[in-house]
Design a protein around this ligand. Sequence first.
Ligand code: NDP
Length: 441
Amino acid sequence: MSELNPRTKHREFNGVAGALGITVGLPLVLELFQLVCNPAYSTKGLHIDVGAIVGQLPSNLSETCELMFDPTVWKVYLAWFFGLVALDQILPGTQLQGTELRDGTKLNYTINGVPMSLLLVTLLVARLFQVQDYQLPELQFIYDHQLQLVFTTIIFSFILAIFVYAISFIPLRNANGRGTKERILSVNGNTGNAFYDWFIGRELNPRIGSWDIKLFCELRPGMLLWFLVNLSCLHQQYHQLGYVTDSLVLVNLLQAIYLFDGVLNEAGCLSMIDVTTDGFGFMLSFGDLAWVPWSYSLQARYLAIPGNEVNLGWWRCCAVLLLQVVGFYIFRAANQQKADFKNGKLNRLKSITTPTGSKLLADGWWAKSQHINYMGDWLIGWSWCLPTGFQTPLTYFYVVYFASLLIHRQVRDDMKCRAKYGKAWDEYTKLVPYKIIPYLY
Ligand code: NDP
């Protein structure tokens, strides 16, 4: 094994068994969500009509294939995905460099989330005002084809993960055009076990030309589809009732703020663990393309089912809004403080010098807990679930799932920082003992 790409010894998620469980289990969870959010099977409070489901199950292989490979849905999804790829390449943006890689190089990124978002919103506004001269997409299509779209995004994420795994074995051409060089593999995805490496991500930053597949998938097709799925629920409710409920408007608004904050501040993603450390494999491909749009939209899809409408009234709306504002403030202020500190702007704050030469911030937000930003993010999650009321625990799935994701991330990050910073990390964790929630965890 080369010095550049050492063999991975530690396997996360309990190795192959855990990876297999996630690969099979999470797509099934998405299918379950699809069933419970389908007005054909689900009644008030998400009591599922099992008889109706069984009655409509495909009876043979060809019916199953028709469902999974609906040609119209595939055409629409491929146009969406590759249309966004084309825009990603065409639209102008700021040029930024990523973190230094193991071979001493830095990758260039075009940060164009702002023009991309403006274009999407312009198209939607044009659709709202019924600009008839153009063949603009119809939101109801998304609502009416959820089942097929869920299948399509899952299958597409499998295909993309196979593709990036395969290309990770092809050496890269040198910049001067002479000879080839090794690709940089993820420190987590080079075990030699094909299935595990495919799952966790073998190559750190798979790219085709200047198209960075990982950053693109993190912020574009899944996040923006989540926004459209939510809007399609509003569309559906308006068609059904002739009006929209405050709870569904609130969920749409709060989630739109969160997801556009991610898309518009994509520069911040360049320092996230997903970009700097994790490889791009099935875990991220499925997470970005299928899991985000179809599990994060659960609240909106629930509220759009006839009979599940929730009318919050102004003071409950304000309370939920306040919760999002508080969560957002903590989340953004903490992330910004760390970024500013790393850019040398906050040298007056208390810090610990590490053997690598860089410093650990032990002041401000980063003195309250080791991941105070995660706490802000989690509070935001609560503000998305509360508007669904208390008819079913299922719409609170997000906060339970997100808590486990954040704890898992914190444990991984703790291992990474201990290996990277040694005693300096121990000193920091002694000084700041709480991991996420001050005085609690
Ligand atoms: P962090 O932003 O907490 O970054 C952790 C890294 O920051 C460490 O590996 C270390 O990296 C550096 N670091 C940690 N402590 C300090 C310190 N005290 N001083 C200086 N540097 C420090 O974690 P993530 O990248 O996981 O998350 C980023 C944001 O994304 C979070 O707000 C999170 O909530 C959000 N998120 C949202 C998800 C969603 O699905 N909604 C999913 C995942 C994340 P190094 O020193 O090597 O630079």
